[in-house]
Design a protein around this ligand. Structure first.
Ligand SMILES: Nc1ncnc2c1ncn2[C@@H]1O[C@H](COP(=O)(O)OP(=O)(O)OP(=O)(O)O)[C@@H](O)[C@H]1O
Ligand SMILES: [Mg+2]
Length: 329
């Protein structure tokens, strides 16, 4: 059963404005996680807002939990949770107050709202901070509270828009743990991210989007295979490059590429570990002791570059210290 289906969504902001969605289609199997992976401005938030009934598309259709998003938005709202770039939390109130207030908004009675707040604060390790105003919370605590607020009424389908952007590595790991637990509980999750490794870590299936369209779809492994399989890489002393290159070619049957600067020889292999062992044996017989040897799988960064012809902006941001670098801090 598909929990989320989007067909040919188109959305422009304003007259002659940017086409944020340009025929976007996707689907998510019930109980699985789809990672919507794309750089800044590719249409991730717009997609989530349409699916969560906050925005009407110009054309196209979508269902969530089998309910038509355009025809029955109120019904859809009852079964979804939404968290991310929306921050509806009240800074001056405590974590406890925020959650009980949300509970009342979702029509829980007073004791029901308190009980649910208690459970969620516990689940997200916020019990100790429950009575503090949330303006005193760290970024990670805030994100956890924001996520908790989207779970007041246990949703069937959850949308998380960049749940870890701006968190430090520890905060990110904690958030990954929390999300993992939620998914084990059976929720269907659509998660947007610009972190390639986050999609790799959390998603069963990844849709890569660029300029408002899905440009590739598959598991992390499938996407990586699409770019190319494993490569054998070895680094040797400069005076051994020629001999070692010959041995690698003998085993792999392909002319290896050689980077003399870093003394690295690399060649694609189909049967990774068998080739690795064979090369090691031949090198040993030839008394060549590699400085480094290993099998390398393409990373999702390789995937992104190969699919879009440009580096994911988050990487560019890292290099030039653009707006993403600030956003990540
Ligand atoms: N309210 C708006 N008015 C006008 N243009 C908008 C509006 N919201 C988004 N856009 C434009 O639509 C495009 C898609 O934006 P969207 O926010 O969906 O991207 P995103 O993938 O979520 O980006 P980010 O990673 O920065 O959150 C961008 O070009 C953006 O400038
Ligand atoms: Mg966004």
């Amino acid at each position: 059963m598909k929990s989320i289906v989007a067909q040919e969504l188109v959305k422009s902001y304003g007259k002659g404005g940017v086409k944020a969605l340009d025929g976007l289609s996707l689907d998510v199997e019930e109980g699985t996680v789809l990672g919507l992976l794309g750089p800044n401005g590719s249409g991730k938030t717009t997609t989530v807002r349409v699916l969560a009934t906050l925005l009407t598309p110009d054309s196209g259709s979508a269902t969530v939990a089998g309910i038509d998003v355009l025809k029955h938005p109120d019904e859809v709202r009852k079964v979804i949770g939404l968290s991310g770039q929306y921050a509806a939390l009240d800074e001056t109130l405590t974590g406890w107050d925020n959650l009980t207030m949300f509970g009342r908004l979702y029509h829980l009675n007073s004791s029901g709202a308190k009980k649910r707040a208690e459970e969620l604060l516990e689940q997200f390790s916020l019990t100790d901070a429950a009575r503090r105003p949330i303006r005193t919370y760290s970024g990670g605590m805030r994100r956890r509270l924001d996520l908790a607020a989207s779970l007041i009424v246990k949703p069937k389908v959850l949308f998380l828009d960049e749940p870890t952007t701006g968190l430090d590595p520890r905060g990110r790991m904690e958030m990954w743990g929390v999300i993992d637990e939620l998914v084990k509980g059976g929720v269907t999750l659509l998660l947007t991210t610009q972190y390639l490794e986050e999609a790799d870590q959390l998603a069963d299936s990844i849709a890569v989007i660029d300029s408002g369209k899905v440009i590739a779809r598959g598991s992390a492994d499938e996407l990586k295979n699409q770019v190319g399989g494993e490569r054998l890489e070895i680094t040797v002393e400069a005076n051994q490059i020629a001999d070692a290159t010959r041995l690698v070619e003998q085993v792999t049957g392909v002319k290896p590429s050689v980077d003399h600067g870093i003394r690295k020889i690399s060649a694609p292999v189909s049967n990774g570990s068998a080739s690795l062992i064979q090369v090691l044996r031949l090198l040993d017989e030839a008394k060549i002791h590699p400085l480094d040897i290993g099998l390398k799988r393409p990373s999702l960064d390789d995937v992104f570059i190969s699919l879009t012809g440009h580096v994911a902006e988050v990487v560019v941001g890292l290099e030039v210290g653009g707006k993403n670098a600030a956003k990540r801090k």
